[in-house]
Design a protein around this ligand. Structure first.
Ligand code: GLU
Length: 303
């Protein structure tokens, strides 16, 4: 892989189940943005939380990406292999005084919106297992960036709280892993769902503390049900199609969800043809920041 590439994007699913239409749209947006920039597009499987990741889900996701024609560059990165790198980053943060052990349980601070930082100056109960938290009050503040769709952003990470970096059960937390791996993969552009916008301040704070390059961010509007709820496995997000007809239809609908106004006759074309059109015509300017409401006709059989 070429390290001097101008654009490098990624899709980084948590394999907690197969992709649904919402995650297809996120994958597609990130793919098109990368390919339209003649950049690379990588896939990273964020499998740091084995109890949440059923056996086989990751390979299902990779197969789904292939079915929809979303071909990635290089080999897939698996977070379960990255323990050592996360530990090095955590040690660095500890040295900088930006990470601290915390024995408090959720139950103890349930009356607060965010963890009140009781262990900041020493573990409250040294007999208990500890999680490691970020000193959100000490790093760069406020955090500002220009989201490529949502514009100027400003957050005070201290108001978001001392996020967990490593859990009591020794599992790594998303915020640390994502930052270490985006840097390892030289990601220049993060394109993902709007639900992660308010995680970005912690990630940028971590990048600045660890001296890592800061990618650009593009958060994509969420896909919501006709009732306005975020699509998720819980509210029966439509499964992705596997049959030819269904795949073509859903890919077409994903392009519509990204406001790319594909010509109607493209709906009958195979993924390679649809993607060829979509890369050549990708326009962020067309994308509206409002949530896209899913019309109920979407279903796997596609008829
Ligand atoms: N693994 C995260 C998810 O599936 C996404 C991470 C990211 O794109 O930063 O929600």
């Amino acid at each position: 892989m070429n390290d001097s590439v101008g654009y490098r994007g990624r899709f980084a699913p948590t394999p907690s189940g197969p992709l649904h239409f919402g995650s297809l749209v996120a994958a597609l947006g990130s793919y098109l943005d990368a390919r339209a920039a003649r950049g690379e597009w990588l896939v990273r499987i964020e499998d740091i939380d084995p109890p949440r990741c059923p056996e086989g889900a990751a390979s299902t996701i990779l197969r789904q990406l292939e079915t929809f024609g979303l071909e990635w560059d290089g080999s897939v990165m698996w977070q379960h292999t990255r323990d050592e790198a996360y530990q090095i980053a955590l040690d660095q943060l500890i040295q900088l005084g930006l990470a601290y052990p915390c024995s408090c349980s959720r139950k103890q601070w349930q009356g607060f919106d965010i963890y009140p930082g009781w262990c900041r100056d020493g573990v409250c109960d040294p007999t208990k297992p500890v999680a490691w938290r970020l000193r959100s009050d000490l790093g760069e503040r406020p955090i500002r960036w220009d989201d490529r769709l949502f514009g100027a952003q400003q957050f005070d990470p201290a108001e978001l709280g001392d996020v967990v970096l490593k859990r009591k059960d020794d599992l790594w937390a998303y915020q640390l892993a994502v930052v270490v791996d985006d840097a390892e993969q030289n990601i220049t552009d993060v394109v993902r769902g709007l639900d992660l916008l308010d995680n970005t301040p912690w990630q940028r704070q971590l990048q600045s503390a660890l001296g890592l390059a800061q990618p650009r961010y593009l958060h994509l509007p969420l896909i919501v049900t006709a009732e306005g709820q975020k699509l998720s496995k819980q509210n029966l997000a439509p499964a992705l199609a596997e049959d030819n007809h269904g795949v073509r239809q859903q890919l077409f609908q994903a392009l519509q969800a990204l406001d790319q106004t594909p010509p109607q006759d493209l709906a009958a074309e195979p993924p390679s043809t649809q993607l060829h059109w979509a890369v050549a015509n990708w326009s962020l300017a067309r994308l509206s920041p409002t949530a896209h409401r899913l019309t109920p006709l979407l279903h796997p059989s596609g008829d």
